[in-house]
Write a new protein. Structure first.
Length: 272
């Protein structure tokens, strides 16, 4: 064997040794990574608090990175606070009502869909026609969740928040009057009490608007019932023209001639 051949053979052996060493190091490294992964998985399974902490840190890091890229605060869970639903996910009857109200009152169909679904759920539980609930909401606020009358009626159902503050305790306090779903639930409870107390729907609506002992409720009950009848037709699949919504203006309710305790379960927004 010549000197060149011996040199070549030596280089081959040297390179083979390097390759073998690299393979062993890589193999052992992968094995360590695998063991570390298995250990982490077992630890996170046994300690859900650590998993939750890790997820929180990771979410915070991702949000901070997105905020830096977008130049504004990022809240990936903000959608959970939105009162909105896809109208296409509603039953056909409810979807028809949502689209009709959306067109008439010029509000987005998604938040209206959430309110329609809630009204149908509440109506079934308290034995009130959901289209009646929606009619009251339409006449009271025109689906403005931030509406307020001069005498303190607030939100979608124009509940007298000061008088019915105890009803908002289950929702975290009086500020929940401006949460659409909370206001709707409290308003339905007040409406139910008014109807039960008065003994009829027409009289209950007068109680609700604060005209229990007045001969004139400003046409409030008639407006609610007219809208109620239109919504029933829409829910039944009938074609109902979408007229321009009435001009909403807040007015004080008629003066009650009975003790305040008998007229306290009312809302105070009337529609001309």
């Amino acid at each position: 064997m010549t000197a060149i051949e011996r040199t070549t053979q030596g280089l081959r052996t040297f390179l083979a040794d390097i390759a073998q060493g690299f393979f062993e190091i890589t193999h052992n490294g992968f094995a360590l990574v695998g063991l570390a992964t298995v250990f982490c998985a077992i630890t996170l399974t046994a300690r859900p608090d650590l998993r939750q902490l890790g997820e929180t840190h990771l979410r915070g890091w991702l949000q901070a990175r997105q905020m830096n890229e977008a130049g504004m605060p990022v809240e990936l869970d903000a959608v959970d606070r939105a009162t909105a639903a896809n109208p296409q996910d509603l039953p056909k009857q409810q979807a028809a009502v949502a689209y009709w109200l959306s067109k008439k009152y010029r509000v987005a169909p998604e938040p209206v869909s959430a309110l329609v679904a809630e009204a149908y759920d509440l109506g079934e539980r308290v034995k009130l026609d959901p289209t009646l609930i929606l009619a009251v909401m339409a006449v009271e606020s025109g689906f403005n969740p931030f509406a307020q009358s001069p005498v303190g009626a607030q939100g979608l159902m124009q509940v007298m928040t000061g008088i019915h503050s105890e009803k908002y305790e289950n929702f975290g306090g009086k500020l929940a009057a401006f949460d659409p779903v909370s206001n709707l639930r409290v308003g339905v409870k007040v409406l139910q009490e008014c109807i039960q107390r008065s003994g009829s729907l027409a009289a209950g609506l007068k109680f609700y608007v604060g005209a229990a002992n007045s001969g004139d409720d400003g046409g409030y009950a008639d407006k609610v019932m007219a809208e109620h009848n239109r919504l029933k037709l829409v829910a039944a699949g009938r074609s109902v023209p979408v007229a321009q919504p009435p001009v909403i203006r807040a007015v004080a309710p008629p003066a009650a001639t009975e003790p305040p305790a008998a007229a306290d379960k009312v809302a105070s927004l009337s529609v001309s």
